[in-house]
Design a protein around this ligand. Structure first.
Ligand code: AMP
Length: 713
């Protein structure tokens, strides 16, 4: 590393001057990249910057100028690429080479001890374990090839994740290259390695992000974990770059790549390699030490700048880990000690009644805001009138609020000794708080309902549901805007969204005035984005439309099951109630509700108008499927090793096979039709031979992709 004074000196020259004085730009670019990487490492991973921010910025500035002048030295791993700069594709699926497991939970000390008993049983006594904080973020897997970051993936369902490489590159504390200091820890520096850990958002950045979202009328994130996961899955990497994400790494997919044999050494090695490793870790030799670590974590939880939801205890030795192995979903050699649920008391200011999109009335506790288990709670559902009666909570009571991790806050009951003298038992109002129609409670049901079809609160909820992320995902269409549109009479059903234009939206009166007393309007910038978002939503998958329509009892999973069997509105309309009840996961009650909904003239009218306004009401077969004959239908392929001839990734080759109807799997079994072995094929190749599954080479694969014909036996 150059010394500090020469860097400060360099920063005094402007970038043009520097570009001229540098004799060999390739050498200088490389030097700068290394220098910047090294300083980012000191800054982000070690929290110990060696140069001033200004000097650091100046180095980046110089590098950027040189790279612009010499595009031939473009490198996606250059530190200048971290701020993003292009709009990526939607994410493609990634099959994890090795499964990303979940963790078994210990909900209290008793369960933790039961796990420690199992460890002792396995090894005839206590063995070393490592205690780490359980970071409440989003799992990531980072692949490094020849020391360079080549891929970032989410955990997904553990077998298949999403490719978020472009976004991951913008996370500032991740090394794009492994530091050479770590080479001695690897068996082979050329081998591909996959490092795993957690992306998280610090509490303070989360608060800032949510304040900004609220100010812009956007939906805030529920907690820092969702914010981290959401930020990682942005379509535009520049958005991710502006979210303050950080990482802690703690695992490697295949520990046989390492020249040492314990988790403790792995944590040290990850630090040397340039990763951010959580400093709150401890190697423990006794049960008491483990208990003490967990206890300390519970106490320190609130004072940490990031969220944690427990402690992970791991058997230290890799050999012992292998010996204990895995269950179907989690390693046996590790356990997540979860923090006990938190309870706080606060004042119940009021009980309001919310009208859902199906007319259901829900009593809601309006509380003095209180911080419980990592988030501020100001409201909590009380479910229904019976529940309020059972708990006997009254307006003015001091109530106990409980929350466990990400679980929805719950009102446990009231502290009766603190009850004001005049507090009255609560009962459901006789009329709808939104439209004043009488409310009814059907026999055998716990809920009261407003059954008026003109109830504005129901309309608002239905419209918000249509625009929500899980349904049509109309980005930016939040509660404030929808409320104003409903009040101004422009929106009354989902089809109305598709009649809104930019000018009209930009003039929408937001019901507030500015300093000069002028009404605040939505404005052109937001209007333009909204129109684009509405337009984009026209092409959403049919299952989302079905979910968005808000039929009673039809959640996301049911909508997906329906769309899989009836991929278009036409097909669905043609189904009888019995047909619907025969779909897996749909019983008589749901079938009846769907059937009724689709036969109601008002709903049919909305569907017709959606169709007329260009909303997709059918899942089209993809272009490739349409274009290519499905000659590989019924065949299952497994790809292993590196494809060198074509330079295709395995995912690309897999997609080409799927386009001709094949299935692509990640593990070899007797049912596998062919294993395609690239260079350095590993255990899958051996397994294919053992099971007698035909093995193809890359030329065979290319021929199949090209012609769709299978090799003759
Ligand atoms: P769960 O998703 O609750 O089953 O918990 C498992 C997840 O905890 C893993 O997938 C990781 O993403 C996460 N995690 C957070 N911190 C750690 C840690 N120190 N060690 C292992 N896993 C962790």
């Amino acid at each position: 590393m150059s010394d500090k004074s020469s860097i400060e000196q360099a920063s005094l020259l402007n970038s043009d001057e520097l570009a001229q004085t540098v004799s060999d730009p390739a050498v200088r670019i490389e030097e700068l990249r290394r220098e910047i990487e090294h300083n980012s490492y000191l800054y982000y991973a070690k929290d110990a910057p060696a140069i001033s921010d200004a000097a650091f910025d100046s180095l980046v500035h110089e590098l950027r100028a040189l790279e612009e002048a010499h595009p031939e030295f473009y490198d996606p791993n250059s530190p200048t690429q971290r701020v993003g700069g292009y709009v990526g594709e939607q994410f493609s699926a990634i099959q994890h080479e090795r499964r990303m497991y979940s963790l078994d939970d210990a909900m209290d000390e008793g369960e933790l001890d039961a796990w420690l008993d199992r460890v002792e049983e396995a090894f005839g006594g206590m063995v070393d374990v490592v205690c780490e904080l359980k970071i409440d973020g989003s799992s990531i897997a980072l692949t490094y090839q020849g020391g360079n970051l080549v891929r970032g993936a989410t955990r997904g369902d553990g077998t298949t994740g999403e490719d978020v490489t472009a976004n991951i590159r913008t996370v500032k504390d991740l090394p794009l290259r492994l530091r050479t200091e770590s080479e001695s820890g690897l068996v082979d520096t050329q081998r591909v390695i996959e490092v795993r850990g957690e992306v998280y958002m610090p509490k303070s950045s989360f608060e800032t992000l949510n304040r900004a979202a609220e100010a812009n009328g956007k939906q805030p994130f529920a907690n820092p974990r969702n914010a981290a996961a959401g930020s990682l899955r942005q379509k535009d990497p520049t958005v991710t770059a502006h979210r303050d994400l950080s990482t802690f790494l703690y695992a490697i997919a295949d520990e046989s790549a390492l020249a040492f044999g314990t988790q403790w050494e792995l944590l040290q090695w990850l630090g040397e390699a340039g990763f951010h490793v959580n400093p709150d870790v401890q190697l423990c030799a006794t049960r008491e030490e483990v208990h003490a670590f967990c206890q300390k974590a519970v106490e320190r939880r609130d004072s940490l700048p990031y969220e944690i939801d427990g402690v992970v205890v791991k058997v230290n030795s890799f050999a012992r880990q292998r010996e204990m192995g895995y269950t179907a979903r989690a390693p046996r050699w590790a356990i997540a000690f979860k923090f006990p649920p938190e309870e706080k008391t606060t004042l119940l200011r009021d009980i309001t009644v919310q009208v859902g999109r199906t007319g259901k009335l829900t009593p809601v506790a309006e509380l003095d805001p209180v911080r419980v288990a990592g988030s501020t709670v100001a409201r909590a559902t009380l479910h229904n009138e019976d529940e309020v009666k059972r708990k006997d909570v009254r307006i003015g009571d001091t109530v106990i609020v409980r929350k466990a991790g990400d679980v929805i806050p719950e009102i446990l009951g009231a502290v009766e000794s603190l009850r004001p003298e005049n507090a009255q038992p609560w009962s459901m109002p006789k009329t709808c708080p939104s439209c004043a129609s009488p409310v009814i409670r059907e026999e055998g049901e716990a809920d009261y309902r407003c059954i008026s079809i003109d109830c504005p609160a129901q309309a608002l909820e239905r419209l918000l549901h249509w625009a929500s992320r899980a349904a049509m995902d109309i980005d930016g269409m939040g509660e404030e805007i929808v409320t104003r549109l409903v009040e101004s009479g422009r929106l009354s059903d989902a089809a109305d969204y598709y009649t809104l234009d930019e000018v009209e939206l930009s003039l929408l009166d937001m019901g507030r005035v500015n300093k000069e007393g002028q009404p605040i309007r939505l404005g052109q910038t937001v209007a333009k984005k909204l129109v684009a978002a509405i337009d984009e939503s026209r092409g959403r998958a049919f299952a989302r439309v079905l979910f968005g329509l808000g039929m009673r009892h039809v959640g996301k999973t049911t909508a997906e099951a329906l769309a899989a069997v009836y991929p278009s509105m036409e097909d669905l309309m043609g189904a009888s109630e019995e047909d619907l009840a025969a779909v897996e996961g749909i019983g008589a009650k749901i079938a009846h509700s769907i059937f009724l909904f689709l036969r109601t003239p008002d709903n049919q009218a909305v569907i017709d108008r959606l169709r007329a306004r260009g909303v997709n009401l059918a899942d089209e077969p993809s272009e490739e499927q349409e274009a290519l004959p499905q000659t590989l239908e019924g065949k299952t392929f497994v790809l292993t090793g590196t494809l060198v001839q074509s330079g295709m990734t395995r995912d690309e080759a897999g997609a080409a096979l799927k386009a001709r109807g094949a299935k692509v799997s990640s593990s070899v079994s007797k049912k596998t039709s062919f294993v395609v072995a690239g260079e350095q094929a590993g255990s899958k190749y051996d397994k294919a031979l053992a099971l007698g599954v035909p093995v193809l080479d890359e030329s065979d694969l290319l021929r199949i992709i090209e012609t769709g014909e299978l090799p003759s036996e």
